[in-house]
Structure formats: structure tokens, C-alpha cells
Design a protein around this ligand. Structure first.
Ligand code: MF3
Ligand code: CO
Ligand code: CO
Length: 269
């Protein structure tokens, strides 16, 4: 399947879907605190999407080849969980870090975004991992312009992560997005400058680096979805959906509560 370039009207629809996905994260933020279960966070997000936004939670029953249908409406990945954590009975406690990943469908188009949440007072090491991963995402986004390559994005992210002694997860990557949840291209979060597909106006894809404090190896849990670090080190992730424009890029997953881009963006080593 080729990379699908989006028309002006499709881009307009993707802007709406992106804003709505981000607004779910805004909505849930005050509920994310010690004592709440990840299942309760899922229930609240589900209700907000379906009842208030009239969006469809894309994860619910999502079943790519080789996977059983995903059983919840959002992903909640806590501490050494890397991604695709299934909400349930787990009670959040002070010191936890958690990624909440939201994908909504509105009028047939997907918006996909995630943020890290810090519960109570995480360790200095945990906070630093969240911050550097946020910088990795933005350094990746900063590469996006016509003529740049997918490898330029991955290389910039990898350099920044490894300069801090962290590692980049290889098994999962960003992805084209539109009428389908996961489209081409694959957006690796590591790589070489100048390698891979060349970016062109109208492409829309996610950048969603998963960065481990320890080694990069991961494994899948028995639930068939939750990915954890093999060495049990902490992992963090941030995600935006990004459009390639004529002059550079536009982040589509923005809302009133979107955390500001780091200023200045740290220089890539
Ligand atoms: N939102 C994830 C991504 O960024 C995918 C989650 S698939 C699910 O690509 F089924 F686990 F929800
Ligand atoms: Co994604
Ligand atoms: Co996502």
C-alpha cells in the first residue's frame, strides 16, 4: 500500500479528529491521581468520547493480524509498561508514571495522541525520562518538512535519547493515519539521515517515541497486548499526529491543554 496523500477536505477532517483526541486527554487530566484505577480512567474516557464528543474509540475491539481484539477504549501504560497497557483493576499510586494513549474516529478519520502523566511525586529519574522523551518527540516533529526523510526523524530522536543514556524501542513505531488507524509509512524512532521515504505535503503520520531508561528490549505479556521492558526499567512515550505542509509541518493533535513545545528545543547532539 502506498502512502496516502490527504486532500484539503481530508486534512480539515483530520484536524477535527486530532483536536478531539487531544481534548480527551484534557478532560481526563484532573482524574489522573493516586487511588484511581486505570479501569476507571478508561470508563470516563469512553463515556466522554461516546456521549459528549460522539466519537468512536478506535482501540475498542481493534484486531490487527495476529492480535486478539483489544478489550478497552484507551491504552494506559504504567512505569515499565512500554505501550498498549490494558486498563483494569490497577490502582495508581504516588510515584507512578503513566502514558495515556487516545485514538478517536470522527466522521471516518482518526486522531491519535498520547501524553505522560505523573502521579504524586515520581523520582527525579522518572521525571527526567518523561521530559527527555517529550523532547525526543518534538525533535522528531521538528525534522518534518517536504524533502526530509523518515530516517531524518528517527535519527534525531535516537541521537537525543541515547545522548541521555536511554534506549529507543524498535518493535513499535509511528504510522501513517487517516481513514485507517495504521497506514503507511512506518515512522521508526531510530535510523540514519537521508534514508527512507521522502516526505511530501499532504502526508499525515504519528511520531510516538517509546524511550526506555534501561535496555531497549521488550516483551509481550500473556494478555496478548501489554508490552513491557525486559529489564523492568521505566519507559515513557509521547505521541502527536503531524501533517506535512508546503513549508514544514502542522501538529493536528492540539487542544487547549496541549503541553507547550519545549523552548528552546534542545540541540540534537
Ligand atoms: N494508539 C496506539 C498507537 O499509537 C495503538 C493502540 S492499538 C490498541 O498506534 F489496540 F492497543 F489500542
Ligand atoms: Co499511534
Ligand atoms: Co496512539
Amino acid at each position: 500500500m502506498p502512502i496516502i496523500l490527504k486532500s484539503a477536505s481530508e486534512i480539515a477532517a483530520m484536524r477535527v479528529a486530532g483536536r478531539l483526541a487531544s481534548e480527551v486527554l484534557d478532560y481526563i487530566t484532573p482524574f489522573v491521581r493516586a487511588g484511581v484505577t486505570t479501569g476507571e480512567i478508561d470508563r470516563l474516557c469512553h463515556e466522554y468520547m461516546v456521549e459528549v464528543q460522539k466519537t468512536v474509540p478506535a482501540p475498542l475491539n481493534y484486531a490487527p493480524p495476529g492480535y486478539r481484539p483489544y478489550p478497552r477504549s484507551i491504552c494506559t501504560s504504567v512505569n515499565h509498561q512500554v505501550c498498549h497497557g490494558i486498563p483494569g483493576e490497577r490502582v495508581l499510586k504516588s510515584g507512578d508514571i503513566m502514558n495515556i494513549d487516545i485514538t478517536v474516529i470522527k466522521d471516518g478519520f482518526h486522531g491519535d495522541t498520547s501524553r505522560m502523566f505523573m502521579i504524586g511525586e515520581p523520582s527525579v529519574a522518572a521525571r527526567r525520562l518523561c521530559q527527555v522523551t517529550f523532547e525526543c518527540m518534538w525533535i522528531g516533529i521538528d525534522q518534518v518538512r517536504p524533502g526530509a526523510t523518515i530516517g531524518d526523524i528517527g535519527h534525531a530522536i535516537q541521537r537525543h535519547a541515547e545522548a541521555h543514556g536511554y534506549s529507543v524501542v524498535r518493535e513499535f513505531c509511528g504510522h501513517g493515519i487517516g481513514r485507517r488507524f495504521h497506514e503507511e509509512p512506518q515512522v521508526l524512532h531510530y535510523g540514519q539521515p537521508g534514508v527512507g521515504e521522502r516526505l511530501a505535503p499532504g502526508m499525515i503520520f504519528t511520531i510516538e517515541p517509546m524511550i526506555n531508561a534501561g535496555k531497549r528490549e521488550v516483551r509481550e505479556m500473556a494478555d496478548g497486548w501489554t508490552i513491557v521492558t525486559k529489564d523492568h526499567s521505566l519507559s515513557a512515550q509521547w505521541e502527536h499526529t503531524v501533517l506535512v505542509t508546503d513549508s514544514g509541518h502542522e501538529v493536528l493533535t492540539v487542544s487547549a491543554g496541549t503541553p507547550a513545545r519545549p523552548e528552546p528545543l534542545p540541540a540534537v547532539a
